[in-house]
Design a protein around this ligand. Structure first.
Ligand code: MG
Ligand code: ZN
Length: 372
C-alpha cells in the first residue's frame, strides 16, 4: 500500500471516530415523562383478559371511534407465548406478569418446574405497600389467582381461595363466594377466618356494592357473586365503583403507596363465545375504568398505570363494514391466539414500556420502575 493510501485510510478512520463521538454526545431529547425522576409510589396494573388489538379496535369503532386508551403516549407490545406453548392461557399469562417467569398452562404463581415464585403483589407487600384486586370473574380465577396464590393448577379454586387468609391483601372485589364459605374439600369458612383477621367481608346477597364505604382502618373484601359474576350486558356494573372505592381505600391503607390489579375478565369470555356484542360491551366497560384510573393518575403524581392483556381470544378480526357502529367481524378459533399484545403505560417509569419484549418483562419493568 502506498504512503498516500495509508494517509487517506488514517484520515477516514479519524473522521469516522469523530463522528461516532459526536453521535454519542447528542443530548437526550427531552420528553414529557423524563421530567419525573423519582420512583412511582402507586402501581395500577390493568389486565383486559383476551384483549388483543382487534378487541380494542372493535370497542373503539363501536364507540364513535373513540377510547380512553387513546390518551396513552407510551405504548409497547409483548410476546405472550407460554413456556411450553406458543398460545398461552390466562394462568401462564398472568404468572408471566406476576412473577416474571414463563411457565406452563394452568400454573398459578408457580414457575415451569412447579416451584412457587414470589409475586409482584407479595414484593409490594414486603415494601409496605397496600395491595388490592378488583375483577369481573371470580376472585380465584386464573388472573387474580396468579397474584396471590401458588398452585400447580388453576382450577384448584378452593386451594387458591385458602391463600387469601394470611395474605395481607387490603382490598378485593370479585365473584366466587362459594369457594370461601361453601367448600366441598373441607369445612373451613374462609370468610369467618378473614373476619377473625380483622377483615370486613361483605357480599352481593346482603350488601349493595354501589354504596360500600369501607372503614380504612380495616382490610376489606366483597363477593359480587356466588360463582361467576354476570356479564356487563347482563347488568353487571360494579367494576367502576369498586375500582374507585378500592383506590381510595388503598390510599388510606399505607402512606408508602399501593399496588392494585384491575381485571376486565370477561373480554376473554366474549372471545371464547365468538360473540362480538359480548366482547365490545366488556371492552367498553373496561375502557371506562381505564379513563377513571388515568384521571386519578393525572391528579396523583407518582402513580404508574399499565394496561395490557394476557393474550388475544377468538382470532377476532374486523371486515369491511357498512358502518363503524355495525361492524362485520369474524373469528378463527374458540380459543386463544399467539398475537403480539399491546401495552399502554402512564406515569413515572412509563417510558420503560416502549418497544417489543416478552410478557415476563412487564414484571421486570415494574421492578425497575420501583427501584426494587
Ligand atoms: Mg382472567
Ligand atoms: Zn380464555
Amino acid at each position: 500500500m502506498k504512503f498516500w493510501q495509508i494517509l487517506f485510510l488514517c484520515f477516514v478512520l479519524v473522521l469516522s471516530l469523530t463522528q461516532c463521538n459526536t453521535a454519542r454526545h447528542i443530548p437526550d431529547q427531552p420528553t414529557q415523562v423524563k421530567t419525573e425522576t423519582s420512583h412511582p409510589t402507586n402501581i395500577i396494573l390493568m389486565i383486559g383478559d383476551g384483549m388483543g388489538l382487534t378487541q380494542i379496535t372493535a370497542g373503539m369503532y363501536s364507540n364513535n371511534n373513540h377510547l380512553e386508551l387513546e390518551r396513552f403516549m407510551q405504548i409497547g407490545l409483548h410476546k405472550s407465548h407460554a413456556y411450553n406453548k406458543l398460545v398461552t392461557d390466562s394462568a401462564a399469562g398472568a404468572t408471566a406478569f406476576s412473577c416474571g417467569k414463563k411457565t406452563y398452562y394452568g400454573a398459578i404463581g408457580d414457575d415451569a418446574d412447579t416451584i412457587p415464585c414470589k409475586t409482584i403483589m407479595e414484593v409490594a407487600k414486603d415494601h409496605g405497600l397496600a395491595t388490592g384486586m378488583v375483577v369481573s370473574s371470580t376472585i380465584v380465577h386464573a388472573t387474580p389467582a396468579a397474584f396471590i396464590a401458588h398452585n400447580k393448577y388453576r382450577r384448584n379454586y378452593e386451594e387458591i381461595a385458602a391463600a387469601f387468609p394470611g395474605s395481607g391483601i387490603d382490598f378485593f372485589v370479585g365473584g366466587g363466594l362459594k369457594f370461601f364459605q361453601n367448600r366441598e374439600s373441607d369445612g373451613r369458612n374462609l370468610c369467618a377466618e378473614l373476619r377473625s383477621e380483622g377483615y370486613v367481608i361483605q357480599d352481593y346477597f346482603n350488601d349493595d356494592i354501589d354504596h360500600i364505604d369501607p372503614d380504612p382502618e380495616k382490610p376489606f373484601g366483597f363477593f359480587t357473586a356466588n360463582e361467576d359474576p354476570l356479564p356487563a350486558l347482563g347488568g353487571r356494573d360494579y367494576l367502576l365503583p369498586a375500582t374507585s372505592v378500592g383506590i381510595s381505600h388503598l390510599q388510606h391503607r399505607s402512606e408508602k403507596g399501593f399496588f392494585m390489579m384491575v381485571e376486565g375478565s370477561q373480554i376473554d369470555w366474549g372471545g371464547h363465545a365468538n360473540d362480538s356484542p359480548y366482547i365490545i360491551s366488556e371492552m367498553l366497560e373496561f375502557d371506562q375504568i381505564i379513563g377513571r384510573v388515568l384521571d386519578f393518575a393525572i391528579q396523583t403524581p407518582g402513580t404508574l398505570v399499565i394496561v395490557t392483556a394476557d393474550h388475544e381470544t377468538g382470532g377476532y378480526s374486523i371486515l369491511e363494514s357498512s358502518s363503524m357502529n355495525d361492524l362485520k367481524t369474524a373469528f378463527t378459533t374458540k380459543g386463544h391466539t399467539a398475537d403480539l399484545i399491546p401495552v399502554f403505560a402512564y406515569g413515572p417509569g412509563s417510558e420503560l414500556f416502549q418497544g417489543i419484549y416478552d410478557n415476563t418483562a412487564i414484571y421486570d419493568k415494574i421492578m425497575t420502575a420501583m427501584g426494587w
